[in-house]
Write a protein that binds this ligand. Structure first.
Ligand SMILES: NC(=O)c1ccc[n+]([C@@H]2O[C@H](COP(=O)([O-])OP(=O)(O)OC[C@H]3O[C@@H](n4cnc5c(N)ncnc54)[C@H](OP(=O)(O)O)[C@@H]3O)[C@@H](O)[C@H]2O)c1
Length: 222
């Protein structure tokens, strides 16, 4: 059987940590950065051996052909103007990004934040509903620090003993695909609701960067 493949946009601290956890779980990874695939190859040998470097415009090709059609967005929010929504058309886009206070954000993102929207909703408008790409956005993986991803991803443990990973989405099928990916990676996915609920996953929220179990996450739901 061919291995499933997931795309990861961004090959920095977070993108390569997600890649290592996926590769360990038998999931193939296509990954890209601002560098050419050739230039990225050496970096991946060190930080995500086994991940395949691709051009950004190719990031969704293999996952749509032989995977869950999932692309993880692991690019700093200040760089999002340079991410073309067409690269991820017709995918489930996992928004693993966070807002950091010193970042100068794209104007469309800052405008949404000024309206008190969680950033996932603004990104959903930019990459999905607002651009006609058919993208369904799921907020996940943003609240686990890169240095904790590998030790938190424990497929050998039963769900109840794993670290909880919150998931917020408006689309049930998209949410289910991402929860399936997280289970396979070795996390215990917990749905917190639709995208407005992703506020609790953001850097100033109660789920951020805390090694929580399912029951701890559920305590924060209305
Ligand atoms: N660090 C963490 O612990 C962590 C955990 C969870 C979520 N996050 C979130 O994940 C995002 C990335 O954080 P990070 O710490 O991984 O940042 P980082 O180490 O600076 O890596 C950013 C990556 O994004 C790539 N990139 C930038 N613009 C791009 C573009 N237009 N197209 C393709 N790739 C592009 C960069 O490419 P080059 O390599 O070519 O420069 C780099 O590989 C942030 O929103 C962060 O909040 C971070």
């Amino acid at each position: 059987m061919t291995e499933p493949v997931v795309g990861i946009l961004g090959a920095g601290r977070a993108g390569t940590a997600f890649a290592r956890a996926m590769l360990r779980a038998g999931i193939g990874v296509d990954i890209c950065s601002t560098r050419s695939p050739k230039a990225l190859r050496h970096h991946l040998k060190i930080y995500a051996p086994g991940a395949a470097p691709v051009w950004p415009a190719e990031i969704a090709e293999r996952t749509k052909a032989q995977g869950p059609a999932i692309v993880v967005l692991a690019v700093p929010q200040e760089e999002l103007d340079d991410v073309d929504p067409q690269w991820v058309a017709s995918t489930v886009l996992v928004d693993a990004t966070n807002r950091w206070h010193d970042e100068l954000l794209p104007s469309w993102l800052q405008a949404g934040i000024d309206e008190q929207l969680p950033t996932s909703m603004v990104l959903a408008g930019r990459f999905g509903a607002g651009s006609g790409t058919g993208v369904r956005l799921v907020k996940a993986l943003n609240h686990i620090a890169h240095h904790d991803v590998e030790s938190s991803a424990t497929p050998e443990l039963p769900l109840a003993q794993r670290r909880a990973a919150a998931v917020a989405a408006d689309d049930d099928d998209a949410r289910g695909r991402v929860m399936g990916l997280l289970v396979r990676m070795g996390l215990d996915p917990v749905s917190v609701g639709a995208l407005p609920a992703s506020r609790i996953m953001e850097p100033d929220g109660p789920l951020f960067n805390r090694p929580l179990r399912r029951a701890d996450v559920l305590r924060h739901l209305p």
